[in-house]
Design a protein around this ligand. Structure first.
Ligand code: NAP
Length: 484
């Protein structure tokens, strides 16, 4: 298993001698050591990306697209192997990890398709002796900072459109999950990426961002992670006016109207809430149910949630894997305790789980999927992302009240609601303040759609043609034409 950093086309272990240990969150067993590079390693990656930029940006888009498609093909070929590595370092169940590899590969192929059709404009001129053309050009060297919860997909979502547009990139994965990123980088080299087009470094996060933003050759940074870190990056970006995309935290509302298909709504909630043990940016954190169907909907939900098996991601039948860290467990427990103090009733879960281990010593990092009734705006879980397998519910009486509750958060990434009323579906979609709206649909993520938030969830879009806008500048060319 490769564990080095990819810099200038070679896997290297720069000489600082320091390393980062990667652990399995399910049992705390060490998996690998990756380098902890200093400023020198990061600077070498910027140099490599910078040297590669002229050649890569001049490469015909169709050739760049071919490499991205080959890369995606290799990921699909090796999906099982990559998934097992991801489950080991991240914890999610194997089926979800394999799904993530496919999802990640789809960002490379989607970006490849858009690279081939990246259009400029010929605009009608107001003058006889002038022509107006607008072309799109790659912004230059880009840097990516990615989180641990989707270690392949979040990287592919940046890499695909950046490389498709003709940019070069250096990336820093989260310290908990560098192995999935390194595995992707290895396949990129096999797919034929020219040296330096993509570079991957593992290092201190603060050092990475400070070094990258201080180097005027880096023209764009794309970040996926928490809102507090997003704020810090925005400050750093101001010095060199670096372009930014910030895919930040969410606090999704999930609304069930009185005319909804309750079983479909329960399945949608479970799919979106409990995927990755509730550690996704688009998972619902607040459940609002019309008062007339509240008890029935909660009962159906409870019955389904109680069946979700907790355990290590590689064990048979498991639906909920471990939390990523002890801090994550502390936050989940704090939210549940705070909700109980505010009067919430625990309908199921509400405690740590002790899954069967078959002789393996597991970490104390598993939490029982939890349904709480009596969500109130003052509760911590109504304001902060819980990032765990816990959902709290409250009832409402009118559509206007439901919209008000849904919009009561400064975050605005995903939102969901279930209704059979066509006009209501349109009214609510238009009224909800969020980058993504799932109408009778709990599984909104796909590489072809624009993914991103508003408000404290950040800005920028990933997926589809919108993703390439983030990595290109529009250049206006005004041509004087003498009359013949
Ligand atoms: P995080 O603490 O912000 O970390 C994310 C990345 O930022 C990691 O690579 C981390 O590196 C790095 N980082 C930490 N401090 C930094 C600093 N001072 N300067 C530069 N980089 C820094 O977030 P997380 O807890 O890993 O991830 C969960 C968060 O990501 C949640 O809020 C979730 O909603 C959000 N998320 C959003 C999306 C989206 O598309 N909107 C998708 C997935 C996740 P180290 O690991 O080395 O510290």
């Amino acid at each position: 298993m490769q564990t080095g950093n990819l810099i200038g086309g070679e896997f290297v272990k720069p000489a600082s001698g320091k390393s980062i240990t990667v652990f399995n969150p399910a049992d705390d067993q060490p998996l690998a050591e990756v380098p902890d590079v200093g400023e020198d390693g990061i600077a070498r990656a910027i140099d490599a990306a910078s040297k590669a930029f002229p050649g890569w940006s001049a490469t015909p888009a169709i050739e760049r697209a071919e490499i991205l498609r080959r890369w995606a093909g290799l990921m699909l070929r090796d999906a099982e192997r990559l998934a097992s590595r991801m489950t080991a370092e991240q914890g999610k169940r194997l089926a979800e990890a394999e799904g993530e590899i496919r999802y990640a590969a789809s960002f490379l192929t989607d970006a490849a398709a858009h690279a081939e059709t990246l259009l400029g404009h010929q605009v009608p001129s107001p003058k006889r002796d002038m022509r107006i053309t607008a072309i799109r050009q790659p912004v230059g060297v880009c840097a990516a900072i990615t989180p641990w919860n989707f270690p392949s997909a979040m990287l592919a979502r940046k890499l695909g459109p950046a490389l498709a547009s003709g940019c070069t990139m250096l990336a820093k994965p989260a310290h908990q999950t560098p192995l999935s990123a390194i595995a992707m980088a290895e396949l990129g080299v096999v797919a034929g990426l020219p040296d330096g087009v993509f570079n991957l470094v593992t290092c201190d996060a603060k050092l990475f961002s400070e070094t990258v933003f201080a180097d005027s050759r880096v023209r764009k940074v794309s970040f996926t992670g928490s809102t507090p870190v997003g704020r810090l990056l925005m400050k750093l970006a101001s010095e060199n006016l670096v372009r930014l995309s910030l895919e930040l935290g969410g606090h999704a509302p999930f609304v069930i109207f009185e005319d909804a298909d309750l079983d479909a709504a329960a399945d949608g909630l479970i799919a979106s809430k409990f995927r990755n043990a509730g550690q996704t940016c688009i998972c619902p954190n607040r459940l609002y149910i019309h008062a007339s169907v509240y008890d029935e909907a909660m009962d159906r939900l409870r019955q389904k949630i109680e069946k979700l098996k907790v355990g290590p991601g590689d064990a048979e039948g498991v639906k909920i894997g471990p939390l990523i860290s002890d801090d994550a467990m502390e936050k989940v427990e704090r939210h549940v305790a705070d909700a109980k103090q505010h009067g919430a009733e625990v309908l199921c879960g509400g405690e740590r789980a002790k899954p069967q281990a078959n002789g393996r010593t597991l970490a104390d990092r598993f939490y029982t999927p939890t349904l709480l009734s009596g969500l109130k705006p003052a509760m911590a879980m109504a304001k902060e992302e819980t990032f765990g397998p816990v959902i709290g519910a409250a009832s409402f009486d009118t559509e206007a009240e439901a919209i008000g509750l849904a919009n009561s958060s400064p975050y605005g990434l995903a939102s969901y609601y279930y209704t059979r009323d066509h006009s209501r579906a349109i009214r609510v979609a238009e009224a909800i303040r969020a980058g993504i709206v799932g109408v009778n649909n709990g599984g909104v993520s796909t590489a072809q759609a624009p993914f991103g938030g508003v408000g404290l969830s950040g800005f920028g879009r990933e997926g589809g043609p919108w993703a390439l806008d983030e990595y290109t500048d529009v250049k206006y060319i005004s041509t004087g034409v003498a009359e013949g």
